[in-house]
Design a protein around this ligand. Structure first.
Ligand code: AMP
Length: 399
């Protein structure tokens, strides 16, 4: 167990806090989704109650180690100011003289946000010198608070090297993420059902390999189902198949059988002549897909077959949509899964949804409030599901 902000005395301290403000910003400089900013508020408010001075740092997008106006965090500072109803000082740099003097003058109860940490090329190098410069902003009595779950799978300067130099603890968001992933991975109530979809088997190999040792059932949908079907000699028409992963898919099915894990692949499909709004769409009532068609969603029979399994599960993890749900004609399978996971949760199951696209699906079908935990980190949640330990969590102080 890692220490949290509640396990150390933070009264009147200067805090260096890593947040995940990697939010979508449009060409007009407007924030399109401020969920990530809102999610940092509980920890920030708690630190303010402790009379802390808070220096926030985050990355935004992928600038190439130098300042680029479109990746500035200035719009985020404004939004944070509105949400907190108090001033947020926006630094123009990261560890330049002006920022250092701002940090020095920062009093208890004040907040400042550093400019995009990736404007410095040393950020992605886990650089000890850069870490020392960042830590100097809060001084030797400072504390590092990590609340950027979406970044803890990366050993970067602001997620790893700085944590080695200061007492370092979790914020509330990170604490919640760890709590749910620990629960489902290390003490799940059974039956434990994993629902995996999305574009590629190659992205989820590690997840499947790890979950085979933990779950009772794996339901596979999305484009990755076609590589598995192909490995069983089933025709997949023009569906997305990763030819170089067919043997591996076969092996994974065999491993699952040996471990008594039941795997459900689609038995019917929604098929289309192309992936577009104006596609010709049909229901294909067999596992085999005819030539010239693409599987774009799981069919209704595939859903009926797993409905009871999902609603009687006690633990569910869902990562990846069942089809091309961004297009309305191809969304039904993903919508049905979202509703079934919500129903199971209402009946007492613990459900964890991770990965950017399944999170958007949960929001699109308005079941966010009926999911136990919606993870805020796509890459980080996948790595936890793969059984990896994450450097940005590992480095924090143990209780
Ligand atoms: P991932 O990031 O791996 O979770 O994949 C999400 C993407 O997979 C979404 O953009 C979906 O549109 C896409 N996807 C799901 N099912 C299919 C399919 N049958 N064919 C092509 N793309 C799909």
């Amino acid at each position: 167990m890692k220490k949290t902000v509640k396990d150390v005395d933070l009264k009147n301290k200067k805090i260096l806090m890593r947040v995940d403000y990697n939010v979508p910003i449009n060409e007009k400089g407007e924030i399109e989704d401020d969920t990530r900013i809102k999610e940092s508020l509980p920890t920030i408010k708690y630190l303010l109650e402790q009379n802390c001075a808070i220096i926030l740092m985050s990355h935004l997008g992928r600038p190439k180690g130098k300042p680029e106006a479109k990746y500035s965090l200035a719009p985020v500072a404004k939004r944070l100011e509105q949400l907190l109803n108090k001033p947020v000082l926006m630094a123009k740099g990261i560890v330049d003289n002006e920022t250092k003097s701002m940090a020095e003058k920062l009093s208890s109860g004040e907040i400042m946000l550093l400019e995009n940490i990736r404007f410095d090329p040393r950020e992605e190098k886990d650089d000890p010198e850069f870490a020392k410069e960042l830590v100097s902003l809060v001084g030797p009595d400072g504390v590092f608070v990590q609340d950027a779950f979406g970044s803890v799978h990366r050993a970067h300067t602001s997620t790893h090297a700085v944590a080695k130099l200061l007492p370092s603890v979790c914020g509330f968001l990170l604490e919640k993420e760890i709590k749910y992933f620990d629960k489902i991975l290390y003490s799940p109530e059974r039956p434990f059902v994993a629902i995996l979809g999305g574009a590629k088997v190659s992205d989820k190999i590690g997840v499947i390999e790890n979950l085979i040792n933990k779950v009772d059932v794996i339901i596979i949908g999305g484009a990755m189902a076609y590589t598995f079907l192909s490995s069983k000699g089933i025709s997949t028409g023009n569906s997305l198949v990763e030819k170089d992963k067919i043997d591996l898919a076969k092996e994974l099915l065999k491993k699952a059988e040996m471990k008594n894990v039941r795997i459900f692949l689609p038995i019917d499909h929604i098929i289309a002549d192309k992936i577009a709004d104006d596609a010709q769409v049909k229901h294909c009532d067999t596992p085999d897909i005819p030539e010239g068609y693409i599987g774009v969603d799981v069919g209704p029979n595939s859903i009926s077959r797993v409905a009871n399994i999902i609603t009687s599960a006690k633990t569910i993890v869902w990562n990846g949509p069942m089809g091309v749900f961004e297009i309305e004609k191809f969304q039904q399978g993903t919508k049905d899964i979202a509703l079934l996971v919500a129903e199971a949760t209402k009946k007492g199951a613990t459900s964890v949804v991770g990965g950017g696209d399944s999170v958007s699906a949960v929001k699109k079908f308005a079941v966010e409030d009926s999911i136990s935990h919606i993870s805020t980190g796509g890459g980080a949640s996948l790595e936890l599901l793969e059984g990896k330990s994450l450097p940005g969590i590992e480095v924090l102080q143990d209780k």
